[in-house]
Ligand binder design. Structure first.
Ligand SMILES: [Zn+2]
Length: 40
């Protein structure tokens, strides 16, 4: 889906709606944006 913009934490599978900001931290495990990847 081209309009899907869900990002998933690769550590804990937390789902974030929209691309995380550069200083975003996962609210569950505390990793940064670099540990998120866009969901298919
Ligand atoms: Zn996480």
């Amino acid at each position: 889906m081209s309009d899907n913009n869900i990002w998933v934490c690769t550590v804990c599978a937390y789902e974030h709606d929209g691309e995380p900001a550069d200083d975003f931290e996962c609210p569950l495990c505390g990793v940064g944006k670099e540990s998120f990847e866009k969901a298919e």
